[in-house]
Design a protein around this ligand. Structure first.
Ligand code: HEC
Ligand code: HEC
Length: 297
């Protein structure tokens, strides 16, 4: 906030508070009677008449009290423009202290499960560790992978046995902690539009879809030249690169002719964000155990 706006807010805030105080005392002084009287203002409604009396003392003092409270509060806490308040309180500071308390309370619970391997956690009778993993998954992962982890267009299904980067506990943990970036280059410029359509036919043929066999024959040498470095010679993919298996009819970006052609023409770059800065090792361990439990081994 610039100094001007800070000063602007300070002036307005103080003017309002002092204005209220002035109003309070000014109306009190202008009262003709300082004591309770039987005199009325002459209004009557439904038989109720308005007396011409000053505010009860306790009420007046309550108003004075709120004005003083307001001023003391604004000295102690942030509120007056960019003045931070003499107590040094900040919402971030409070959040950090609360997080620290939570960390101290829950760390021993997480540490207990950290001592068990991902496989051992699967066998845990009441699955308490997996349930904690599930709750953390709901908070951190479901926006992209869905509450039941079945994924969506561009976000992989984590409940099937088809893995871009591998489904062993270590691979899953690495994915969560370090993140992953899928690098499927665009081929539109290299293949031309006809080439893209031939190649889409070839890719669909890999998972046994009925397609135009002439296109498939034309694309075959190009697939061998351009695609096998990542998707492997038989098209089953390479987990080290996150290159999907193209033969299983499970699609990250859709398996219709148009969608496959779009992928080949424009490329794809799915990003799985790294979570190690957001989640402790022990939490990642429990989420890994939960994700691992979703697909049958
Ligand atoms: C911002 C969206 C987003 C969030 C949040 C997110 N993911 Fe992902 N995740 C992705 C995308 C996109 C991919 C696929 C990356 C690619 O295409 O290469 C992915 C990939 C994965 C994979 C690899 C799947 C495979 O087949 O190898 C796992 C496991 C995974 N995520 C787990 C998680 C977990 C657990 C969390 C929560 C801690 C999480 N993700 C949070 C978007 C997200
Ligand atoms: C540099 C490595 C690399 C090369 C070369 C490559 N791909 Fe890919 N491809 C990938 C990666 C990685 C993905 C996953 C992208 C993602 O996760 O966002 C992918 C995804 C795809 C998909 C989407 C699969 C799905 O499940 O939706 C298709 C189709 C595909 N590639 C076809 C091809 C074809 C055809 C070629 C050759 C013309 C090719 N790729 C060349 C790495 C590569």
């Amino acid at each position: 906030m610039s100094a001007f706006w800070s000063a602007w807010i300070i002036v307005i805030t103080l003017a309002v508070i002092l204005g209220c105080a002035w109003l309070l005392f000014a109306t009190r002084k202008s009262q003709p009677h300082q004591e309770t009287t039987e005199e009325t203002l002459g209004h009557a409604f439904d038989g109720i008449e308005e007396y011409d009396n000053p505010l009860p003392k306790w009420w007046f003092q309550l108003f004075v009290g709120t004005v003083i409270f307001g001023l003391v509060y604004l000295v102690a806490y942030p509120g007056l423009g960019s003045f931070p308040g003499v107590l040094g309180w900040t919402s971030t500071g409070q959040w950090e202290t609360e997080m620290q308390h939570a960390e101290e309370n829950y760390a021993p619970v997480f540490a207990k499960y950290a001592a068990l391997s991902v496989e051992e956690l699967q066998k845990d009778e009441n699955a308490a560790g997996l349930k904690m993993g599930q709750r953390m998954f709901a908070n951190n992962c479901s926006v992209c992978h869905g509450t039941s982890a079945t994924g969506a267009h561009g976000f992989p299904n984590l409940t099937d046995n088809d893995w871009l980067y591998g489904g062993a506990p270590d691979a899953i943990k690495h994915t969560i902690a370090e993140g992953r970036i899928g690098g499927m280059p665009p081929w539109g410029a290299v293949l031309g539009e006809d080439g893209v359509r031939d190649m889409a036919n070839y890719v669909l043929a890999l998972s046994g879809k009925a397609v135009d066999s002439e296109s498939v024959a034309r694309a075959k040498p190009q697939f061998q030249a351009l695609c096998t470095a990542c998707h492997s010679a038989d098209g089953t993919g390479l987990q080290a690169l996150g290159a999907p298996n193209l033969t299983d009819d499970i699609w990250l970006y859709g398996g219709t002719f148009e969608k496959v052609a779009h992928t080949i023409r424009n490329g794809r770059n799915g990003v799985m964000p790294a979570h190690k800065a957001l989640l402790s090792d022990d939490k990642i361990h429990l989420i890994t155990a939960y994700v691992y439990s979703l697909s049958d081994k």
